[in-house]
Each structure stands twice: as structure tokens, then as C-alpha cells.
Write a protein that binds this ligand. Structure first.
Ligand code: HEM
Ligand code: HEM
Length: 217
């Protein structure tokens, strides 16, 4: 009986794959987390301050962090679709759980685009120049109160959906760490815990070889 060389090569290759995301993905993940913390902190502080000048500064900071987040999200998606290494899910995770994990990650990606865009549109509809990352954005339209209200409400509601999804995401990561005790959380930590096994097959095997795969899955 002959075994195909593909199987043994495949196993050898599989054993060599670490259960850890690549450094760029990990770096971008935690930069995004810091930006999102800054976004909520700046807007909630703005709502608490009385002084108009400080409020204006906080809004400029909020807008700048939001645009920085949009740039980080574009970079992150580009990296994920081209060169990222996505470690395999643990063997203990069923298909339904894997599907839910992927779905929540796609949702987070979508909101990392939608939320800054609704913020930007809202700012443009105010009909006044505003500053983002040190650059003055031009006035592109007359003030439109109805549109401002619409995009303000959208921006506010999507922020709550984003917060809810982040809460689920963090709870899932902690559930893996504390209850299931697998290596999902460690695979995204910026430091190595030394406990991450080498095993499995990359989720996006073939992407770096140029195979166009949706969301690199
Ligand atoms: C993921 C990115 C962002 C998040 C999580 C976020 C979150 C929020 C939240 C929670 C509010 C308060 C809503 C309310 O209760 O009234 C808000 C308000 C606002 N955001 Fe954002 N935002 C983001 C990006 C942006 C961007 C990119 C801009 C513009 C360039 C922007 C402009 C504004 C403006 C103008 C307000 C209204 C402030 C006010 O009513 O005084 N946001 N944002
Ligand atoms: C605050 C906003 C957050 C956002 C927007 C976010 C977004 C994402 C996304 C999109 C992924 C998929 C991998 C990728 O393409 O980069 C991911 C993976 C992951 N995140 Fe987060 N994340 C956030 C916060 C956190 C926090 C606070 C933790 C830890 C407590 C965490 C733990 C993880 C883990 C363990 C993975 C890997 C899951 C897997 O193996 O599929 N994330 N995150």
C-alpha cells in the first residue's frame, strides 16, 4: 500500500505552523484596540466637560483618532487578504463555533469601516471646516441639519452595536482562556507566553501563494 507524498508533506508542513498570528496582524490588532479606547474616552470626556475650548479640542482628537482607525482598518484588511498568517482554530472548536467566530470578526471589520465613515459624513454635513490629523478638511456642502441628525443618530447607534460586538469578542477570548483553556487568547497576545504549541494548518493556507480567497479564510 502506498501513501501519497502529499499526506506526509502536508503533515510535516502542518506541524511547522504555529498557533499564533503573525506579528503585523498582532501589532495592528492592538493598535486598533488602543484607538477604539481613545475614541470612546475622548467622546465621553467631551460629554462631561463644561468648557467649550476643551470640548472642541476633544472633538478634534476624536475625529483624528477615528480617521486613524479607518487607516488602520484599511491596512489591516489589506494585510489579512494578502500576507497575514491566520493560525488554525483549535481542534476542539466545532464548525458552528468556528462560523460564529468568523462572523463576529467580519462584523468587527465592517464596523471599523462604517463607524468612522458615518462620523466623517456627519462632520461634513455641518457645513464647517474641521481639522483631522492636523489637516483642515474643506467645506464640501452647505449646512444640512436633517442630514446631520440622521448621521449623528446612525453614528451613535452603530457605536453601541460596535461596543456590544467588542464585549462579545472579549468575553469569547476570556471564555477560551478561563473555561476551555485553549490557546486562542495567547495567539493574539503581543508577548509570547511560551505555551503556544506548534500544530495545525493555517486557516488561510494558499493566500500567500496568490489564491484569491474571500476574507482569506
Ligand atoms: C470607530 C470610530 C468611532 C467611534 C467608535 C466613535 C464613537 C462616537 C460616539 C460614541 C459618539 C457619541 C454619540 C452621541 O451619544 O451623541 C460620537 C460622536 C461624534 N463623532 Fe464619533 N466615533 C468614531 C469616529 C468618528 C470620526 C472618524 C469622526 C469624524 C471625522 C467622528 C465624529 C463625531 C462627531 C462630530 C460626533 C458628535 C459630537 C457631538 O455631538 O458633540 N467620529 N462618536
Ligand atoms: C477593542 C476592539 C477590538 C477589535 C475591533 C478586535 C477585532 C479583532 C479582529 C477583526 C480579529 C480577527 C483577526 C484579524 O483579522 O486581525 C480579532 C482576533 C482576536 N482578538 Fe480582537 N478585537 C478587539 C479587542 C480584543 C481584546 C480586548 C481582546 C482580548 C481580551 C481580543 C482578543 C482577540 C483574540 C484572542 C483574537 C484571535 C481569535 C481567533 O483565533 O480567531 N480582541 N480581533
Amino acid at each position: 500500500m502506498t501513501y501519497s507524498t502529499f499526506d506526509s508533506e502536508d503533515c510535516a508542513q502542518a506541524r511547522a505552523k504555529p498557533r499564533r498570528f503573525d506579528r503585523v496582524t498582532i501589532g495592528l490588532h492592538w493598535i486598533t484596540v488602543l484607538l477604539i479606547v481613545g475614541l470612546f474616552a475622548s467622546i465621553w470626556s467631551l460629554e462631561a466637560v463644561e468648557d467649550g475650548e476643551t470640548a472642541a479640542l476633544l472633538l478634534t482628537l476624536h475625529r483624528s483618532l477615528g480617521v486613524a482607525l479607518l487607516l488602520a482598518a484599511v491596512t489591516r484588511l489589506g494585510w489579512r487578504l494578502s500576507r497575514a498568517y491566520l493560525p488554525p482554530f483549535p481542534a476542539t472548536m466545532g464548525q458552528v463555533q468556528q462560523g460564529a467566530a468568523k462572523l463576529s470578526e467580519y462584523g468587527l471589520y465592517a464596523l471599523m469601516f462604517v463607524q468612522p465613515l458615518t462620523g466623517l459624513v456627519q462632520s461634513f454635513t455641518r457645513g464647517k471646516a474641521f481639522v483631522v490629523l492636523g489637516a483642515t478638511m474643506p467645506v464640501v456642502m452647505e449646512r444640512d441639519k436633517a442630514l446631520t441628525r440622521l448621521f449623528h443618530d446612525l453614528h451613535e447607534n452603530v457605536a453601541w452595536v460596535l461596543l456590544g460586538l467588542i464585549a462579545l469578542h472579549v468575553l469569547a477570548a476570556l471564555f477560551h482562556r478561563i473555561v476551555v483553556k485553549d490557546e486562542v487568547l495567547q495567539s493574539m497576545l503581543p508577548w509570547s507566553t511560551g505555551t503556544v504549541r506548534k500544530a495545525g494548518r493555517a486557516r488561510n493556507e494558499g493566500v500567500s501563494a496568490g489564491r484569491p480567497v474571500s476574507m482569506a479564510e
